[in-house]
Design a protein around this ligand. Sequence first.
Ligand code: ADP
Ligand code: MG
Length: 908
Amino acid sequence: MSVQPTPPTAFRASAPGDGARPTPMMAQYIKIKAASPDCLLFYRMGDFYELFFEDAEVASRALGIVLTKRGKHLGDDIPMCGVPIERADDYLQRLIALGHRVAVCEQIEHPAEAKKRGPKSVVQREVVRLVTPGTITEERLLDPHRANAFAAVARVKDSDDGWRYGIACIDISTGAFSVTETDASRLSAELSRLDPREIVAAESLCADDKLAAILRGTGAPLTPLGRESGDGVSAERRLTGYYGVATLDGFGALSRAETIAASMALLFVERTQIGTRPNLARPTRVRRDDVMEIDAATRANLELTRTLSGERAGSLLATIDRTVTPAGARLLAERLAAPLTDTGAIAQRHASVRFFAENRDLRSDLRKRFRRAPDFMRSLSRLALGRGGPRDLEALRAGLVAADEVSRLIPSEDTPNEVARARAALQEIDHGIAKELTSALAPDLPLDRRAGNFIAAGYDSALEESRALRDESRRVIATLQARYCDVAEIRQLKIKHNNFLGYFVEVSQAQGEKLAKPPLNASFIHRQTMADSMRFSTAELSELEAKIASAADRALAQELTIFDRLVATLLEAGEPIKAAAQALAEIDVASALAETAAANDWMKPDMDGDLAFSIEQGRHPVVEAALAATGEAFVANDCDLSGDRGDAGRIAIVTGPNMAGKSTYLRQNALIAVLAQMGSYVPAKRARLGIVDRLFSRVGAADDLARGRSTFMVEMVETAAILNQATARSLVILDEIGRGTATFDGLSIAWATMEHLHEKNRARALFATHFHELTELAKQLPRVTNLTMRVTDWNGEVVFLHEVLPGAADRSYGIQVAKLAGLPSAVVTRAQEILRLLEASDRRTPGETLIADLPLFSHTAERVAPAAHSAPADPLREALATIDPDALSPREALEALYRLKQSARQKP
Ligand code: ADP
Ligand code: MG
């Protein structure tokens, strides 16, 4: 594997025979590092992970830790930095977030063992794990509300010479494993649905520029995984081997691409987890037709699970998420990312939401109970990987108890299918396990099992004996110290302990002389003289030492054995426990959606197999929530795109001035379709919706010079994708397409696009545009209608009513909006003048003639604003000058407007 392009030149240069010989430890380091050249190597030395050479430089910069040096290599200082073991997780988290990968190298023998081989021998070390963004399991490294999966992408030749792509997605933190197959055109859409934290693919795929661009386009780091990852046969062997089955028959007919992808995913698990085996579910197949297809641009555009700036807050997901448990939040995100297309399956989810919507008391009881349920799915995975601790056992105990209580709260009869199934899964749990854990676990639990003392007093008699011995011996030390004080007549005599001497007697220099002479030297054996003290051992102390050490060791060993036994019991019951965790998440999601529906007055949509699309009083949930926060009301609007004859939907062209609410209206209808098909109620008074197979949403954009590409090009590429892929069952949202180019160009493209959508794709579509000419299409194309945003003039100022009406906008309100935005009055007046002239003249008059006819701007400006020159600096004007309209989102523009209005009021 290789990812970070930081070739470890320092190590290459140090091949044997280079002259200066590295120290034995450096030689070991270099050898280990060479095996994981693309990872930062965390090299364990005592209580630290040390990084050397370029790794040290990279890490010290990334983590802001001090770069020091240690010894020399080939005559140069070796740069070094270190992170203490107990803070390693924090540092790992930051490095992973920055896209680094880390190889964790541990000492795999006790330093004492190494010493036996000779004074210069080095402690044996091995890389025990690669930590990569897509394979983390630590609670502190994971986002509780987000799945943490990696995707393996495999490519196979199709019979008719095309390529097919298999995608396997594994979340080690929960054991989830899914596979799917797709063609090149839908690869990016599939990946955006899966939203992996890391993508792995064969080197040859990564080297294919076009493909690598698609893979990288997801934003997830791309990890090349060796050469082409074997054929179908060896892939099948890896899969059957992992699950210990003879054939793949039980997996549901996996395609060749899926099998190879699944096998690659397992290979990546083996490479990163090195020797430990996560508890993975069998791969489940996702068929493309089962879910609404939403491409990456549409997801981004509609801000389904994150906003355009990449945050969860402000997304549709964040607005609707009222789940209580982390697993519930993850399931909700997964469902929102993959709305269903099967009316039966959708109806089942709606039935669950209705059940919890109608049973308010049950819902609130359940939600109270959920608040105490920990994320035990992830705990179980950690335990399976040998990375779990006593607190994971406690999470399972609490989780199993919660599962039991929830199953009792849910009535046994008259529940919808999904709820009944979940209840049955919860009842499968063996109560004995929770009971066992309850009696086994101590009240206060350490994070690390090696800290010991996590097994409750009285749970195990053998452990009790060792503990008694260990604690008894400690009392004996205290008695011994008192006795030595008496014998030696030294009040300040202390019995201390360190790793080198074990237990020893420590006294001051002066008093030490006394112990070193007869008669006391018969029992006190001098060991060390320090700056101001002397240390002695005694036969009794050595004997006790051995006893205490062995009792403490024995107690810890016994605890660890009990730990392992409890883990084994849990893993044996792994399947029902996982099913119960999944059932809890499902109930959490259904009751949370009911909660959202109740809180916001959402209704159950009627799903239809046909091309219906009629929404009464629909709202945009995110804009509505944002407005509610400022005390403003959202204006609900209807939408009807239903196809009459069943083979084609309607197209509505929406015109109206900027800021009138066109984009909001378009998006709310798309969001309602997504919410309905994911199984949620919808923000509308009534909705009758025919299943949408694919959803497209595009926004025309001004040139994005900052990113160094023409967004018009992007806009056209995306529009092409729609025209090539949309079917009669699709829903298409086009917002100001054609804006990024010259007027006549843009208008022509928009016109032709509409015709194609109407004649060929026949999809249901909403098209917002500033080209008024397009409203003419309604006269020519039978299924096109015009809608416009209601706006009124009030004292010469434009007022937006956010109400959608049939018909075309009679005029553009651009100049009024400009005035509202605080454009200098000279400019507004001048613009009105130009507009009058333009409207009076033939629109097709060549620009030059028109412009030649216009009086000079300077002339008007002087006429209107003579005072402007002598006026002192105007803060309002200055504030306005700093605004870059092209860089503002509609919301930011509105906020800027409010700010300007505010400061206008403050003026004397
Ligand atoms: P347009 O696309 O026509 O320029 P937007 O859809 O971006 O307009 O809407 C501009 C602003 O108007 C939104 O940010 C929102 O604050 C407000 N708005 C839009 N639609 C509504 C509505 N139906 N009810 C209330 N406010 C709305
Ligand atoms: Mg808009």
